[in-house]
Design a protein around this ligand. Sequence first.
Ligand code: GLN
Length: 302
Amino acid sequence: MGETRQNPWTILEILRWTTGHFQEKGVAEPRTSAEVLLAHTLGISRLDLYLRHDQPLTPEELARFKAFILRRRAGEPVAYITGHREFWSLDFKVTPAVLIPRPETETLVSSVLEVLKSENGKRKTENGIDWALEVGVGSGAIIITLARELPEMRWLGVDISGPALAVARENAARHEIAGRIHFLRGNLLAPLQPGPRFQLLVANLPYVPRPVWEELPKDIKDFEPQEALLGGVDGLDLIKPLVQAAPGVLSPGGWLALEVADGQAPKVAALMAETGAYEQIEKIPDYLGIERVIRARRRGDY
Ligand code: GLN
């Protein structure tokens, strides 16, 4: 974009230039990055970029877009620049205080829906309300999606980060679900009263083993919250205590569903088996075929 131009840039010209520039600079997903950032600059959809390919950019639009190009070139994830990310076809606010929702996490959501939707209406606790819990809510993408899909349940969301909880609360309000989700700050199950109350405990905890974390692309490592990613040397620093403590808060027959790293599933399944508290321990693959979710049920006779 260095040269002086007689005519203003059109949408298509600037897209082509930016894609090439990102490619040259080794930016991940150069074309998508250019499209999403330009659409965000102009306040239009990505499809509109192509419908209006001849439209010239005003000097103000160009200046704003240039600033986004520089941020993306420095590795900043597109979702932090735009402040949004889509998950399960819903729009979520994201800030650097929260992990950006990943497509593979939709596997965690569908693995929960698979068991809870079929039990719909059959679950009856004493006061008629079924409770579900998410530990480590981050942006709230998982708990909010599930709460919308399972409208008869009440939800409790825990996170250790105050700034993350603020984002989750805002997303809950935006998706008109705030009345059915209560958020609490704390580490794992620490803020909860003990007692078998929950029909579901779902969590996408930090699970990246330290050696893997060291090698992560800078887009992730330098920008996304370490406390949402890093799970200690083997990645199980948080998953292990949660697997051990979860039977204390799950109702008999209640479900535990956890997202795990590539290769972790057998270890987590073994941890579950060791407790003697779970049955129907299952490993569920994501769309890439990676065992991404472990789902199990608290035994009735435990
Ligand atoms: N899937 C994420 C990543 O690879 C990790 C998320 C997590 O630790 N829960 O970046």
